[in-house]
Write a protein that binds this ligand. Structure first.
Ligand code: SAH
Ligand code: SF4
Ligand code: F3S
Length: 408
């Protein structure tokens, strides 16, 4: 049997897209492998959100030149956001590339495979998800225009998938062994359908047989409203954790980023979520071109106020075609210094958030025999071994850095 190796860069949307592309390839006779050396097909699903992400994908593609030479009949598919941005011109630099499939082409991936003449016809069957989390994409694209961000130009405008399809997919994943469903979209909570809100959808997914927990990523602060909070706060199956990218704590920088909220409105939403028991994590950018020392201090103080349990921190990276790319860059040294300070702060807050869980009773959804996650997204280690996918209720005995130890 031919073997498929997948390398995925970028966000959860890309992970879900990789799963979707893999399913089409499994139906065409491939089996997955983690070992590139034994693979016949390499699928590289790429990200272009920062220059570094794109660079990693392209250097991996460079390495595949030699890999392809080593064995007759090997093929390479280059997919995702960098593929979308660079398009067919990639084949000039990388003539050994067989197929380019941009992120927006995901719905046509099967016909791309069939038209290439490189693959056999699809046989029936359903791919089995691995892991306890079933990813379900509910919307694609983004209608915002954050001045630093390339995503709207590579992923296109918002397209919401029909709730009937979303529910069918979530039900199928739950049936095939995923007690946790993660709904995905670039601004996932912008999802809507005639007469139905995102909160309605969350409640419906959580009511499907076999679903124990529902998560979603990435929500935009604009759609965290009192109506949303009221609709989800009494449903315990909706995870008590929200990954809410805030980017900056300075109203001035937020305005220049065109994020559509101020520090004050953001803090109101953060407080409302915390009052309802939601733990929060976030994304932050340091060194946006107009960010002063005082703006950066405001980010630090917002992070402190919010008490994020985790944060992904990025150095600002200029992306071609975005408005911010016209602005003068800050010196790299300043970006590095600020990133360092922020990472330190975030590490301290994460440890404090873990330490604050000691003594509380938690429900841990097991992802391996001894490890799982709580509803508010803390990692926990159990004393005894349990079946993967079951929920273990236990008091937290201690915390070690960013791992909770249960007393079970
Ligand atoms: N749609 C999500 C996040 C999309 S991209 C949202 O709006 O929140 C994931 C993260 O990458 C962003 O939250 C942001 O922190 C970061 N990012 C996006 N563009 C960037 C850039 N040009 N430089 C550095 N980080 C960037
Ligand atoms: Fe990019 Fe902003 Fe859209 Fe997020 S909301 S994908 S940061 S443009
Ligand atoms: Fe990257 Fe595309 Fe996701 S640019 S962050 S993989 S939407």
């Amino acid at each position: 049997m031919k073997k498929l190796f997948i390398q995925t860069y970028g966000c959860q949307m890309n992970l879900a897209d990789s799963e979707e592309m893999a399913a089409h390839l499994l139906l065409r006779g491939y089996a997955l492998t983690d070992n590139l050396d034994e693979a016949d097909l390499a699928l590289v699903n790429t990200c272009t959100v920062r220059d570094h992400a794109e660079h990693r994908a392209l250097s991996f593609l460079g390495r595949l030149r030699q890999w392809k030479r080593e064995k007759e009949g090997r093929h390479i598919i280059f997919a995702g956001c960098a593929a979308q941005r660079l398009g067919e011109k990639l084949k000039k630099t990388f003539p050994y590339l067989d197929l380019v499939s941009g992120a927006r082409e995901i719905d046509h991936f099967a016909s791309l495979l069939d038209n290439s003449g490189l693959f056999s016809a699809a046989q029936g069957g359903e791919a089995q998800p691995h892991g306890i989390t079933g990813y379900v994409t509910i919307m694609r694209g983004c209608d915002f225009a954050c001045t630093y961000c390339i995503v709207p130009s590579v992923r296109g405008p918002v397209h919401c998938l029909p709730s009937a399809d979303i529910l069918a997919q979530a039900a199928q994943k739950a049936r095939s062994g995923c007690p946790e469903i993660m709904l995905l979209g670039q601004t996932v909570n912008a999802w809507k359908e005639d007469g139905k809100t995102f909160a309605d959808l969350l409640n419906e997914v959580s009511a499907l047989p076999g679903v124990q927990r529902v998560r979603f990523v990435s929500p935009h602060p604009a759609f965290i409203t009192p109506q949303f909070l009221a609709a989800v706060e009494n449903n315990p199956k909706i995870a008590r954790h929200i990954h809410l990218p805030v980017q900056s704590g300075s109203t001035k920088v937020l305005r220049e980023m065109k994020r559509g909220y101020t520090r004050e409105t953001l803090l109101e939403k953060i407080d409302a979520l915390k009052e309802r028991g939601f733990a929060l994590s976030t994304d932050l950018i340091v060194g946006f071109p107009t960010e002063t020392e005082a703006d950066f201090e405001e980010t630090l103080s917002l992070v402190q106020r919010a008490g994020f349990s985790a944060a992904y921190c990025f150095k600002y990276s200029p992306r071609q075609g975005t408005p911010a790319a016209q602005m003068k860059l800050l010196p790299e040294k300043i970006l590095e210094e600020r990133l360092d300070i922020l990472l330190n702060k975030v590490k301290g807050l994460a440890e404090a958030a873990y330490a604050a869980q000691v003594g509380k009773e938690k429900e841990v959804l097991m992802e391996s025999p001894n490890k799982g996650r709580t509803s508010d997204n803390f990692w926990a280690q159990t004393q005894k071994s349990y079946t993967i996918g079951t929920v273990v209720r236990s008091r937290i005995a201690s915390a070690e850095d960013t791992l909770l130890m249960t007393r079970d």
